[in-house]
Design a protein around this ligand. Structure first.
Ligand code: ATP
Length: 237
């Protein structure tokens, strides 16, 4: 397993947002956490990336216990993230945002040009808009930039928090195609989504979160074919 989460509990004050969840992300896989609003998806992501403390449980990445490790150290170890709501630096240009994604790399003089080329190949729009202020880009473009910025750090594990949020159906399909392409390049992906249909299509394995607990898990295709999952998460179609 590249990422192992065991018995994770996370609180906001006295509110138990995550209760004793365990899941694993095997190397080279796409794993998705699916759940309704408030299920605890974002909290789980923030805890894995080190932006929120753990109340109980353990997080192991690449064989190392990272449960209490600072967020920036996790980035250096190879955990990259494109956060919910994009989180790009609005006043900086597209190019500056991408460069920020590589700021911690010691070899960046060598890697940045290569990695920029990779990102621009995945997202030609970002190349066209390289000098535009990130805050003036459309929602879809900002999502692409957030993913591109995370890739600039050459992550082993990419955390994607609701990449399809707020996007038109055509753009959603495009974002998921790019996620599959990034996976094809050897990046392991943990994907959090409300868009269960697309996420199950893309994922090797899926976990269903309900009010802070994992209630089901299975292969993406098995869950997509399951009647109760279809009724609850796929609008019954
Ligand atoms: P969404 O898809 O709506 O973002 P989510 O599955 O990502 O939902 P979380 O944002 O992780 O859910 O929230 C899980 C629970 O924790 C919710 O009940 C939420 O109200 C609560 N919560 C989240 N952030 C805070 C906070 N800063 N303070 C108090 N409670 C919080």
């Amino acid at each position: 397993m590249l990422l192992e989460v065991e018995g994770l509990c996370v609180n906001y004050g006295r509110i138990e947002a995550i209760r004793d969840i365990s899941f694993g992300v095997p190397e080279n896989s796409v794993v998705t956490l699916i759940g309704a609003n408030g299920a605890g998806k974002t909290t789980t992501m923030k805890t894995v990336s080190g932006l929120h403390p753990v109340r109980a449980g353990k997080i192991v990445f690449d064989g190392e216990d990272i449960t209490n490790m600072a967020a920036h150290k996790r980035v250096e170890l190879g955990i990259g993230q494109a956060p919910e709501g994009r989180g790009v630096f609005p006043g900086m240009s597209v190019m500056e945002n991408l460069e920020m994604g590589a700021y911690f790399r010691k070899d960046r003089k060598v890697t940045v040009p290569k990695d920029l080329e990779r990102v621009f190949t995945l997202f030609p729009r970002l190349k066209e808009r390289a000098s535009q202020a990130a805050g003036t880009m459309s929602g879809g473009e900002q999502q692409m930039l957030a993913i591109g910025r995370a890739l600039m750090g050459r992550p082993k594990l990419l955390l994607l928090d609701e990449p399809s949020m707020g996007l038109a159906p055509k753009l959603i399909a495009q974002i998921f195609a790019i996620i599959r392409e990034i996976h094809g390049q050897g990046v392991t992906i943990l994907l959090v989504e409300q868009n269960a249909a697309q996420a199950l299509k893309t994922a090797d394995h899926a976990y269903i979160l309900e009010t802070g607990e994992i209630v089901r898990d299975g292969s993406g295709s098995d869950l997509a074919a399951d009647d109760s999952i279809r009724a609850a998460y796929l609008g019954g179609d």
